[in-house]
Design a protein. Structure first.
Ligand SMILES: N[C@H](CCC[C@H](N)C(=O)O)C(=O)O
Length: 289
């Protein structure tokens, strides 16, 4: 079975073209594929299929809002095999992949996701390097909550970007003290507030239009970047300055992206890199049940 490997600011994914929806993405298979020793290694898996084909195969119960049957659908799984509604870095890699393989010929189109249709603009896709803007849609404020990590409490805002986030702005944090935080353990959070788990972002306040952020992702662990997380972070950072709109450069360990927030919606612009393509041994895959 064919695969490609790509990343968006070093949040990396195995891309699986599956137009006939033949693959059964069981938890053991996704976990093995994402394992950096016994598999290819990735933060997540992006299955490529039309939304209508996924609905016919029963992978989707129905077509999410803003998604038509003929849209290519990003069927995203976290490295632990769990489903997540949306993946901002993944959509950029997915859109770049579609153009690079000729599955899509337009530069502006909609990518389907469990969080709804996401319009994309592929500004460039020259070989391995892409530059993509994603309309991330509505950003919903879930109210105040807090995370505990590295023996400290971080107050933050719950933000729904299609998937759940807890974005914690610490005005005393610097890029240096942020990089010194220990994020190896999963942050503590209020399970009553986030009954389905949460992606946790820790970030500095805005300085010269930019913030520094690290993230511990639900179903993955600390990643070099999280696209939906950068949207949550930018929203919280603007809120911390008393604003509900603006453009924020978010610096993450894997690079940087630009988030624009306005009237409760956001766009995310950033790079995409397609590193490799190859084939996965079918018997290896089939033996994983
Ligand atoms: N890496 C993804 C986020 C995955 C979110 C996933 N960890 C979840 O369970 O919501 C991104 O770039 O937005």
């Amino acid at each position: 079975m064919d695969f490609s490997k790509g990343h968006g600011t070093e949040n990396d994914f195995v891309v699986l073209p599956d137009p006939d929806v033949r693959l059964d993405l069981t938890v053991p298979r996704v976990k093995a594929l994402c394992d950096r020793r016994r598999g290819l290694g990735a933060d997540g898996v992006l299955r490529v299929a039309k939304a209508g084909a996924l609905a016919e195969a029963g992978v989707l119960a129905d077509l999410p809002e803003g998604t038509s049957a003929d849209d290519w659908f990003m069927d995203y799984r976290n490295a632990d095999g769990s489903l997540a509604e949306m993946c901002g870095n993944g959509v950029r890699v997915f859109a770049h992949y579609l153009l690079s393989t000729g599955l899509e010929t337009r530069e502006e189109f909609v990518v389907g996701s469990r969080a709804g249709g996401k319009p994309v603009v592929v500004h460039s896709s020259d070989g391995p390097l892409g530059d993509v803007t994603v309309d991330m849609g509505k950003i919903r404020d879930l109210g105040s909550s807090a995370a505990t990590l590295d023996g400290k409490v971080f107050n933050g805002i719950g933000i729904d970007v299609g998937n759940p986030h807890l974005a914690c702005v610490d005005p005393h944090l610097t890029a240096a003290s942020l990089s010194a935080l220990d994020l190896t353990a999963a942050p503590g959070f209020d399970p009553g507030f986030f009954p389905h788990g949460v992606n946790v972002e820790i970030l500095t306040r805005i300085d010269s239009g930019a913030v520094d952020m690290r993230v511990h992702e639900r179903g993955v662990g600390e990643t070099r970047s999280c696209g939906t997380g950068t949207v949550a972070a930018a929203t919280a950072a603007l809120r911390h300055e008393g604003s509900d709109s603006g453009e924020v450069v978010v610096r993450i360990p894997g690079g940087q992206v630009t988030v624009a927030v306005s009237e409760g919606r956001a766009t995310l612009r950033g790079p995409s890199v397609l590193v490799a393509s190859g084939s996965i041994d079918d018997s290896w895959w089939n033996a994983l049940t």
